[in-house]
Design a protein around this ligand. Sequence first.
Ligand code: AHR
Length: 495
Amino acid sequence: AAETATLTLRAGSSGPVISREIYGHFAEHLGHCIYGGLWVGPDSPIPNTRGIRNDVVGALKNLHIPVLRWPGGCFADEYHWKDGIGPREKRPSMYNSHWGGVVENNHFGTHEFLDLVEQLGCEAFVSVNVGSGTVQETQEWVEYMTSDAQSPMANLRRAHGREKAWRVKYIGVGNETWGCGGNMRPEYYADVYKHFNTFIKNYDRGFRVQRIACGPNGDNYAWTEELMASAARQMDGLSLHHYTLPTGQWGKKGPATGFVEDQWFTTMRNTLLMETLVTKHSAIMDKYDPQKKVGLVVDEWGTWYDVEPGTNPGFLRQNNTLRDAVVAGLNLHIFQKHADRVTMANIAQMVNVLQAVILTDNEKMLLTPTYHVFEMFKVHQGATSLPLELKSPDYVYGAEKLPRVSASASRDAAGKVHVSLVNLHPTDAITVTTTLEGVPVAPVSGRILTAAAMDAHNTFAVPEVVRPVAFIGATRTGDTLTIELPAKSVVVLTL
Ligand code: AHR
């Protein structure tokens, strides 16, 4: 007999508001994320607005991108912003030591990034260089971007063609300072953080820049403990990075396509670690910050596979399949469940790198299965989360097991209730018997993302293999909603 999960949705009560910024993105100077993916330059035959690709921006706008983190990543701690302003042909080049050993011409700099942010209509999150930069460099960069005074840096910005200060909502103070950002101890970094932070000023009197401190690597709870104990009062957010590797090994991570069930299972298991990480880091943060003033900012998350055969290993180019869509749904549900503490998350990375929502090949562009999950889930952005109780049978694989169904619900500003569901089982459908409390009777509509193969993916030749279609598997009778959830599927319902 088909197995059943039960779900009770309490729409009469309200949980915390789901920060829009949980749906954030990350774009680094890495491979073809910036160059080729977002930036082609004003002279390119590829249609662009001041050098930024129109097709990519158009597709991203449809996701209602709330925030974009830039310029890295490990790259941020080698980046000297003054090399990326002024006439492009005069900008000095630099060596991108982390990513493919390529020479970076600095054509995409502060003005180009903030132009992109304005075209997308999102918030800017700038990671400053702590690893190899100076406090003065950071202080001047923030002044350059955000001051409207007749001051040296604001005037330099004007000299380069931008009169008005930009709005930069977030400044990240160092990236992975426990690793590529300087291999620091948490005690040392806590002091470095406070030092840099002292010189990040609020030039716009009406607006306080939000400061994000570098948080732990995965399960390094001692890092969180130290940072919260020493610097919680000086920060608005603490970051967390967790990548999903099918094998859990950096050497041989596993392929993006052509994998077997074993790798499907371990990918799901490893991605669900996010729940443990968020729960445990939040518990430490609760100790030092019971009022939850400091957000947990998961500013790098996503799948990380072996690179596409034949590509530069430093470019982190990978394909994106239905498995990635399921991973995205699971992680977004985890962030929403912890909406009281998780204020932002940034998928790595936006275009052409790791779990990208868009892939490009010269003038061609495709939307990945992950893109479609972000598009389907955008109804949750800024909505009020609704409490739910879910009892799910397990997906048993060998001696291990995982809960098969994951769900999340919210009420939007117009009062509409949305429920998203994921069935992570690769072969078995499941019935979800749902009890609705406080949801007025109305027709149910929905969309589903699924496919026959675990590694179904879109190609430039056939770009719509995996795309959302109308879902007709939900039937409401009174306050009972019966949902027939196919194997390996992501569904969003409007009740
Ligand atoms: O996203 C790729 C890299 O992963 C980032 O540069 C770094 O912060 C992390 O290790």
